[in-house]
Design a protein around this ligand. Structure first.
Ligand code: C5P
Ligand code: MG
Length: 216
């Protein structure tokens, strides 16, 4: 990949994909809100392609020869947002490969955009989003889930020190993105405290209200 600030997506003045042709739903919520869990359920019933920005970053971090591996590792452990060029380019590459190889054109983009610059650049240069599915959850509940997950996840950031930093980043850096889309009437908010199945019932209902029905 080229240097961080010279990715093609950052220069584009028109989106690569039109929202008539490609459906993008952003999935946001604090760390441990259950974004990945709900996305897995949506993939099974609706035929979406699930792209997790965090997973793509961890994959790039572990890719032998990646020029960004060390940087990504530091940012993730510190719970801060990786410079957007890397993340936007990884998403754009994954979307292109999905369209080409699987013919899918409906995407759940999970854990993105986590910062205003990512939101603006992605919608301007890659694809405008249809809406943001936002999972709302109190910190105590998310903390308990993350510490529990940390017992088996092997993630460098599922420990109480990193979790504290991730919560801070979420409030200071990511919530402004939700507020921005809220002003555009593009946020679908779901309470995420219930069990995965309980939350999912509400998700299905709210997607239906937005005209999105299961594919089977
Ligand atoms: O979504 P997930 O919890 O897997 O993200 C893990 C970490 O990856 C974040 O805390 C952040 O350091 C990084 N990340 C990012 N930009 C994104 C998504 C994740 O920098 N859009
Ligand atoms: Mg996740």
């Amino acid at each position: 990949m080229p240097a961080v600030d010279s990715f093609p997506g950052l220069q584009r003045s028109k989106p690569l994909y039109s929202s008539d042709d490609v459906t993008v739903i952003f999935v946001l919520g604090g760390p441990g809100a259950g974004k990945g869990t709900q996305c897995a359920k949506l993939v099974a019933d609706y035929g979406f392609k699930h792209l997790s920005a965090g997973d793509l970053l961890r994959e790039e971090q572990d890719r032998p020869g990646s020029q960004f591996g060390e940087m990504i590792k530091d940012y993730i452990r510190e719970g801060i947002i990786v410079p957007m060029g890397v993340t936007v380019q990884l998403l754009e590459n994954a979307m292109g490969a999905t369209i080409e190889n699987e013919g899918k054109r409906m995407f759940l983009i999970d854990g993105f955009p986590r910062k205003m610059d990512q939101a603006l650049v992605f919608e301007k240069g890659v694809c405008p989003s249809r809406f943001t599915l936002f999972f709302h959850c109190p910190e105590e509940v998310m903390q308990e889930r993350l510490l529990n997950r940390g017992k088996t996840s092997g993630r460098s950031d599922d420990n109480s020190e990193s979790i504290k930093k991730r919560f801070k980043t979420f409030i200071e850096t990511s919530m402004p993105v939700v507020d921005h889309f809220e002003k555009e009437g593009k946020v679908v908010k779901v309470d995420a405290v219930d069990t995965p199945d309980g939350v999912y019932e509400v998700v299905k209902q709210k997607l239906k209200e937005r005209g999105i029905e299961p594919s089977k």
